[in-house]
Design a protein around this ligand. Structure first.
Ligand code: BTN
Length: 265
């Protein structure tokens, strides 16, 4: 089904219960990256809550400079503009929050139990169903805006994924017991995001961290931490108050991991 039929602004907005997130909405057929569009709108003065959602991205991107394949007709590619009143150090928690919201949305529309792989992956049965890319702009010491981009694999069959992720990725189509329309999942995502963002804005970081610990696929597991050319092994033991991963290395020393790739061994 074409995106225009499956995720019209009306289909999305008629399902919204959110206060802010997605109330201002741009639905487009094709775009470079929804993160760039939401960032540009933010720089032009758009208030927080704007969501941009596209059927296809010509240059969708993931974390650490990777590409995010964004073929038409298959996934949800969306970005949300935020203006959180917090110091830059606290913004990594927004990635965790987005993971929780995505997991809630995915669980709500499919009969699945998603888990969070730190920092930005949502897994079903150990395979990645969604990824998050948060990008911040600062003015001096202050956060001017954060764009949280979320990609959810919806109608993908195994052969629709790039070869390098085919054995590690999945989609709602392969895991949910029914066909999920993208308008439905987008609305569920904005509603869940709105709820968690309210918790964040009220300063209740402990509630976000508690939920993230509860649903983590990473904590308690042996992991390999990959940071540029560096690679080391340890056991993931906790999240700290900013959302960093605490990993005990081979010498028994706890290391704080913030901007790295972590694979579960
Ligand atoms: C990752 O897992 O590395 C993050 C993937 C994030 C992909 C989404 S799709 C919508 C938004 N626009 C982008 O260019 N990237 C994010």
């Amino acid at each position: 089904m074409s995106f225009t039929a499956e995720a019209t602004p009306e289909k999305i907005q008629s399902r919204l219960t959110s206060r802010v997130i997605g109330r201002r909405l741009q639905v487009v057929a094709e775009i470079g990256s929804t993160n760039d569009a939401a960032a540009a709108a933010g720089h032009a003065g758009e208030p927080e809550g704007l969501a941009v959602v596209a059927d296809r991205q010509a240059s969708g991107r993931g974390r650490l400079g990777r590409a995010w394949a964004s073929l038409p007709g298959l996934g949800v590619y969306t970005s949300i503009l935020l203006r959180p009143d917090v110091p830059p150090l606290q913004t990594p928690l927004l990635t965790i929050l987005a993971g929780l919201a995505t997991a809630d949305a995915v669980r709500g529309v499919g009969d699945v139990e998603p888990r969070l792989k730190w920092p930005n992956d949502v897994l079903i049965d150990g395979r990645k169903v969604a990824g998050i890319l948060a990008e911040m702009a600062t003015v001096g010491e202050r956060v001017a805006q954060v764009v949280v981009g979320i990609g959810i694999n919806v109608h993908h069959r195994p052969e629709d994924f790039p070869a390098e992720v085919r054995t590690t990725a999945t989609s709602l189509g392969q895991t949910a017991g029914r066909r999920v329309e993208r308008g439905e999942i987008v609305a569920a995502l904005y509603n869940a995001f709105d709820k968690w963002y309210e918790v964040f804005s009220a300063g209740d970081r402990a509630a976000i961290l508690a939920a993230a610990r509860d649903r983590s696929a990473t904590l308690g597991r042996p992991v390999t931490v990959i940071s540029g050319p560096e690679r080391w092994q340890g056991t993931a033991v906790d999240l700290d108050e900013d959302g960093a991963l605490l990993v005990v290395n081979g010498r028994g020393v706890t290391q704080r991991v913030l901007a790295a790739d972590v694979s579960i061994r």
